[in-house]
Design a protein around this ligand. Structure first.
Ligand code: ZN
Length: 171
């Protein structure tokens, strides 16, 4: 079925922001996340996670452990898809999937029938907002992670919300 998507960053949006989450025990899912995903579904959107996980490329996080974390997210909060960039950009050998690049969204669009025009990108960092802008979709900055205090650049989201629960109430 063709539906718009709410693209969600993981850390700071669905889970508590930590510098690195290297073991599944460290993945701290926000208590409201499950209800938010249910709301997103009820309102007619896909819930799709788009996340940079460069700790894999740095050799700090085994990809198998990341896949276990993904299984936890599918099982506990019911997201539809999780797309991650495991790469660490060294020596300018850029992949096309690390946010703010749009490769992961393009991949999601191959697997899901997405009405992009009505979609949102929700995140807590400048790279998230840039990703949304690069796709030409509406952007939402959450203050539940790094928030505006940690925006690396002057960049303006279409909407600023305290957390995902506030966003899902108003869409
Ligand atoms: Zn990548």
């Amino acid at each position: 079925m063709r539906k718009p998507a709410v693209f969600l960053d993981r850390d700071g949006v669905l889970t508590r922001e930590k510098s690195y989450v290297l073991r599944r025990e460290d993945l701290e899912i926000f208590p409201y996340a499950e209800e938010c995903i249910a709301q997103i579904h009820q309102k007619g959107y896909w819930a799709i996670v788009i996340t940079n996980q460069s700790a894999v490329g740095r050799g700090m996080l085994a990809e198998s452990e990341l896949l276990k974390m993904n299984e936890m997210l599918y099982a506990r909060i019911g997201v539809d898809g999780i797309f991650y960039c495991p790469h660490w950009d060294v020596e300018g050998t850029f992949c096309n999937c690390r946010k703010p690049r749009t490769g992961l969204i393009e991949k999601a669009m191959e697997e899901f029938d997405i009405d992009l025009e009505e979609s949102f990108f929700v995140g807590d960092r400048a790279s998230d907002i840039e990703t949304g802008k690069n796709m030409g979709i509406r952007t939402v900055l959450l203050e539940s992670g790094y928030g505006s205090g940690r925006l690396e650049k002057e960049i303006e989201a279409d909407l600023v919300c305290k957390d995902l629960a506030e966003f899902t109430r108003i869409i």
